[in-house]
Write a protein that binds this ligand. Structure first.
Ligand code: ADP
Length: 259
C-alpha cells in the first residue's frame, strides 16, 4: 500500500482529524516488474547484434583508410555510423544496468583506487567528445579510496557528461575532490541550465527527466542519475545536488574512506 495523509479542518481552520488514504499498489508494482523485465530482455537481445555491428563498422572504416580510399563520403559515413552505434550501445548498457540493478545483479567489488587519477582519466575521455567545454580539475592530491573502479568511473563520467550536456558550448565545468571526516567528497559544477527546486527533488528517480523548452531537444532516458545514486548507495556513500535555475548546478557524491 501507498499511504497519503490529509488533515480535516473545522470552519476555523483548526485540525480536528486526519484522513488516511491507503492505495493498493500491488498491480502497479507488478506492472513495473513486467516493464522492467521486458526492457531487460529487449536490451539483452539487442546487445549482441549491436556489438557485431560496431565491430564491422569500425573495421570497415579502418580498411577503407588502409586501402587509401579517396571516397571521403564513405569514410565520413563509416565514422558517423560508428559513433551512432557506440551511442546506441551506451543506451542499451544503461537499460541493462537498470534491469540488473533491480534484480540484485549488480555487485560491488572494491579495490584500493587512486580517485584523482580516475577523475583525470574520465576527464580526458570526455574532452575528446565534448563540444569545446572547459573542463577544470582543482584537486591534484592523491586520494586513495576503496571502491569498485569501473562503477565509480561510470558515476563520475555520468555527472561530468551531464554538466557538459546541460550547459552551453564553451561552458566551464569544474571538478573538485576533498577528504574530510572519514569521507571523500567529489563535486562537479557547471554554469548551465540549472534545475528548479521541484525537479531537483526528483532527478535521482528512475526515468525522471526535466521537461521544458530548454531540455526538449536534449536526448536521454533519465537513468544516468538513478544508476549513479544506486552505485554510490551500494558503496555506502551519498549523492546530492544544489542548483539554481538559469545559473548552474553542482552535483556531489561522497564515499566512505575505509582503512
Ligand atoms: P538524462 O540526462 O539521460 O535525461 P539523468 O538521469 O542523467 O538522465 O538526468 C536526469 C535529469 O536531470 C535530466 O533529464 C536533466 O533534466 C537533469 N539534469 C541532470 N544533470 C543536470 C545538470 N548538470 N544540469 C541541469 N540539469 C541536469
Amino acid at each position: 500500500f501507498d499511504f497519503t495523509y490529509q488533515a480535516r479542518l473545522d470552519g476555523k481552520g483548526k485540525a480536528v482529524g486526519i484522513l488516511v488514504f491507503a492505495i493498493e499498489v500491488t498491480e502497479r508494482k507488478r506492472e513495473e516488474i513486467r516493464k522492467n523485465d521486458f526492457i531487460g530482455i529487449v536490451s539483452h537481445e539487442l546487445k549482441t547484434p549491436l556489438t557485431s555491428l560496431q565491430a564491422i563498422v569500425q573495421l570497415a572504416g579502418i580498411r577503407l583508410r588502409k586501402a587509401g580510399s579517396a571516397d571521403g563520403f564513405l569514410i565520413d559515413g563509416m565514422d558517423r555510423a560508428a559513433g551512432q552505434v557506440k551511442r546506441m550501445t551506451e543506451m542499451i548498457n544503461g537499460f541493462l544496468n537498470v534491469s540488473r540493478l533491480e534484480s540484485g545483479q549488480i555487485h560491488i567489488e572494491k579495490t584500493q583506487i587512486d580517485f584523482t587519477s580516475l577523475v583525470v582519466e574520465a576527464m580526458e575521455e570526455l574532452q575528446l567528445s565534448s563540444s569545446g567545454h572547459q573542463l577544470v580539475m582543482d584537486c591534484r592530491d592523491v586520494h586513495m579510496v576503496m571502491a569498485d573502479r569501473e562503477k565509480i568511473i561510470s558515476v563520475v563520467t555520468n555527472l561530468m557528461g551531464n554538466a557538459v550536456k546541460y550547459s552551453p558550448t564553451g561552458g566551464r565545468v569544474e571538478m573538485d575532490c576533498s577528504c574530510n571526516n572519514g569521507e571523500l567528497v567529489f563535486s562537479v559544477s557547471d554554469q548551465g541550465l540549472g534545475i528548479a527546486p521541484h525537479d531537483l527533488e526528483r532527478i535521482f528517480e528512475r526515468y525522471y527527466r526535466v521537461s521544458g523548452r530548454q531540455t526538449k531537444n536534449i536526448s536521454g532516458f533519465g537513468i544516468g542519475l538513478y544508476l549513479s545514486a544506486e552505485i554510490v548507495r551500494l558503496h555506502g556513500g551519498k549523492i546530492w545536488a544544489q542548483s539554481e535555475l538559469g545559473k548552474g548546478s553542482t552535483f556531489y557524491f561522497s564515499l566512505p574512506l575505509e582503512d
